[in-house]
Design a protein around this ligand. Sequence first.
Ligand code: PMP
Length: 353
Amino acid sequence: MMREWEKNIRTVEPYVPGEQPKAANVIKLNTNENPYPPTPKAVEAAKALDFDRLRLYPDPEAADLVNVIADHYGMNCNQVFVGVGSDDVISMCFMTFFNGNKPILFPNITYSFYSVWADLYRIPYETPALNDKFEIVPEDYYKENGGVIFPNPNAPTAKYMELSAVEDIIKHNQDVVVIIDEAYIDFGGQSAIDFVNKYENVLVVQTFSKSRSMAGMRIGYAFGNEKLIKALNDVKYSFNSYTMNVTSLAYGVEAVKDDAYFKECIGKIIETREYSAKRLTELGFTYPESKANFIFATHQSVPAEQIFTALKERNIYVRYFKKPLIDNYLRITIGTKEQMDKLFEALSEIVGA
Ligand code: PMP
């Protein structure tokens, strides 16, 4: 029998993050982390950190980090919001901006956290289908809605949408908040950040987890006009004033400042991605063109789940989603060239190519 208190529990089907295997000798290509370490300048920041500082609460405004991000991207500091990874930022956005009765819109194949937040906050939603090339169809977002969110490049497909199509969606959605999740934008796409100054209802969200090699630090940020950023901060202060810890703030500042290192790492990843794409073709895989740090690939004859399991037995982890429409695909994070070569060696055994 259900107890009275049990009836009042908020139940939600949780988001399932990719596996974080404990073994040391694993090739980990399953959660889109950067294979290169964070900037060595962050080590200096760590050394300079006064341990006694940890007695005190961090700066609730995260001003040092907000300022350095604003400077770097040519924005005002009142146009920048920071949070504990872009997951935190996007979750705050859902809570802050999606409070109408009309359904919000996001693609049927996309970052699976969106539907979890919608359920958690009891936001109705609809999921227009991607076309057969895994593209978002802008016309599907012309209908009435309570808000729009999509990643560009999309995940897990890695498919990039041209800015003209992004703007088309924005133009048709002037009465709701439109969020562009740019977790993977630094790997070859063009950011929609300029639309923030052109349209008052646009938010662009980015993260330090991928291109800045700091998934472990949990830093995400959003650009938007100052009204949107104020609304986000009001909700943040009503929820938890101190979202950003002292260490994350210190490391984060260094990561933004070291632009040369950032560009060098991205260059290497893009080069390895193009190499990997060729190797995958040779092995009988097809995939949408990737502008992210991963490739979404399907094999012409061997089922994805079988490949996934066989790779795992060899201590190589990629991501497999047992979901309709994408259950014959593997999402493969771009690692170092050496890691990718080990993957291709294993794949060639598994698919017999
Ligand atoms: N958006 C997308 C599309 C993602 O794939 C991820 C990574 N899981 C995130 C947001 C969240 O990343 P983080 O919280 O590490 O910034």
